[in-house]
Design a binder for this molecule. Structure first.
Ligand code: CO
Length: 171
């Protein structure tokens, strides 16, 4: 089922999420719904808090070499921890909770992470490239942070101005 994605400045997006403790049907439904919702909105990543569920769960599904998003590449991440990070990289990011806004963000180029799958099995991985960037972006959501909080003071000011104008026009 496609769920509603909450958008900035909804205060829920600032709420830190809690660890998943039960790897049951409810969690699996949440993950399945998050996948449907992400695809419906043409996203490559989604955190549970974006569908108003404050749990440490996120999904990432990057397009493959043929630029196709296939379910085999879906990564489901529960209770993630970033163990190590190295290097810096800049990428123009977007977010389904800040629709139609894109800006350069600096992040670590390489990360080593641990997380659990939907059944509670521990996984340890090293990521670089877009996967490392997306992983860090989604982990920030779990801490209650959006990518716009990483912008410089001036860019943030400009964003707030544009966003206010946009919200007004939507009414
Ligand atoms: Co996001």
């Amino acid at each position: 089922m496609v769920r509603e994605i909450i958008t900035y400045p909804n205060k829920l997006l600032k709420q830190p999420s809690k660890d998943v403790t039960r790897f049951d049907a409810e969690l699996h439904t949440l993950l399945d719904d998050m996948y449907e919702t992400m695809l419906a909105k043409n996203g490559i990543g989604l955190a549970a808090i974006q569908v108003a569920v404050p749990l440490n769960a996120l999904i990432i599904n990057l397009p493959n070499e043929d630029d196709k998003q296939v379910k085999e590449d879906l990564v489901e991440v529960i209770n993630p921890k970033i163990l190590e990070m190295d290097g810096t990289t800049v990428y123009t990011e977007g977010c389904l909770s800040v629709p139609e806004y894109y800006e350069d963000v600096q992040r670590a180029e390489w990360i080593k992470v641990s997380y659990l799958d939907r059944h509670g099995n521990e996984i340890i991985k090293e990521y670089d490239g877009l996967m490392a960037i997306a992983f860090q972006h989604e982990c920030d959501h779990l801490k209650g942070e959006l990518f716009i909080e990483k912008l410089s003071y001036l860019k943030r000011k400009k964003f707030e101005k544009e966003w206010k104008k946009r919200l007004k026009n939507k009414k």
